[in-house]
Design a protein around this ligand. Structure first.
Ligand code: ADP
Ligand code: MG
Length: 323
């Protein structure tokens, strides 16, 4: 049981749910043939599809699907043989389509589970709610010119998996253990390189506090944490901030926040949008994704040994022998 946080007026329980964006290892983008190699000059890996040109048609990269299914299997998750792609409509200057192709109502992977490793050989299961496939956006660069912003679309359209946990974690330490284990699983499977500093794995932390035994409190979502150290710092800062607000008689409003690692604090970015703000609808350019059970079974049979199995086998081998 994670320890409770002490406020001025009593004890608080911290509740955390994580959304991890993991870039899928694939030579080409999710819906185009453009390269995904890291480190290219800006705008050198952009097809007409990635640039959002009118009339271009997305073509699904089956390697990205294969990697997402393998990852789902490694998370002991339900593979949905029938899933669909949806348009999530919002404006980013570096997202020329004006929408992101994602999955909403029917993701390719459903409920799963990750066993996290805690101090003193303790373990805990954190439930995974879903894993879906979606496109990445491009990148806006603000520090190259005094008055202008630059846009690099190399990342536009790169395949991502978004892996969403249930709100099952109770401390920054558990959240760090979850990301550590998830990253290890992705690397064993080979579906994502897990390099947080290169942005190929990024994490959004949903944080709330409550009195022990109460209903879930209102959450704030801290976006785009790119290291485990920042994840821990952001969660601890955010928990203390929320406790202060509530103890001073205020209320938490659901919002999206940014972590400023120089100042060590989270800052409000925008009020939280709801699903209906995105006007999700099935993408008319893409057929439903229908998989065969035989295809899934074959991928399952070929999975490599995973971190938990390896840990168990090392343990068996190193168990002290009674003399
Ligand atoms: P959204 O698109 O609004 O971020 P998602 O369903 O993608 O919604 O993600 C919600 C995330 O927030 C999940 O990881 C979930 O576990 C977490 N979460 C939901 N409610 C709470 C809460 N009260 N406190 C902390 N985390 C929460
Ligand atoms: Mg979210």
């Amino acid at each position: 049981m994670a320890e409770l946080l002490k406020g001025q007026t009593g004890e608080w329980e911290l509740v955390i749910g994580l959304e991890v964006h993991a870039q899928i290892v694939a030579k080409a983008k999710l819906f185009s043939g453009a390269s995904t190699e890291f480190g290219a000059e800006p705008n050198q890996q952009v097809s007409l599809v990635d640039a959002g040109m009118p009339g271009m048609l997305p073509v699904l990269n089956d390697e990205a699907v294969r990697q997402a299914v393998r990852t789902g299997l490694a998370l002991n998750a339900k593979i949905n043989l029938h899933s669909i792609f949806a348009r999530k409509n919002f404006f980013y200057p570096d997202m020329p389509q004006g929408y992101q192709i994602s999955q909403y109502e029917l993701p390719v992977v459903g409920e799963g589970e990750i066993e996290i490793d805690l101090p003193d050989d303790a373990v805990k299961n954190v439930r995974v709610e879903r894993l879906h496939i979606e496109q990445d956006a491009g990148k806006s660069i603000h520090d190259q010119h005094p008055a202008k912003s630059m846009i690099d679309l190399n990342r536009s359209g790169v395949a991502l998996m978004e892996i969403v946990s249930h709100p099952d974690m109770r401390s920054a330490e558990e959240a760090a253990a979850y990301v550590t284990k998830l990253r290890a699983i992705l690397r064993y499977v080979g579906s994502c390189d897990g390099n947080m500093q290169e942005g190929s794995m990024r994490c959004d932390a949903n944080v709330s506090v409550r009195r022990p035994g109460d209903e879930l409190g209102t959450r704030c979502e801290i976006k785009n944490l790119n290291s485990i150290r920042f994840l821990r710092q952001a969660i601890d800062f955010e928990a203390a901030r929320q406790i202060d607000v509530i103890e001073e008689g205020g209320t938490i409003t659901q919002e999206t926040r940014l972590y400023d690692s120089d100042k060590g604090e989270t800052r409000s970015m925008r009020s939280k949008e709801d699903a209906h703000d995105y006007r999700y609808f099935p993408d008319p350019d893409l057929l439903p994704l229908d998989l065969d059970q035989a295809y899934v079974d074959a991928l399952k049979a070929e999975l490599p040994e995973l971190p938990d199995a390896k840990k168990a086998s090392l343990r068996r081998r190193t168990r002290p022998v009674a003399l």
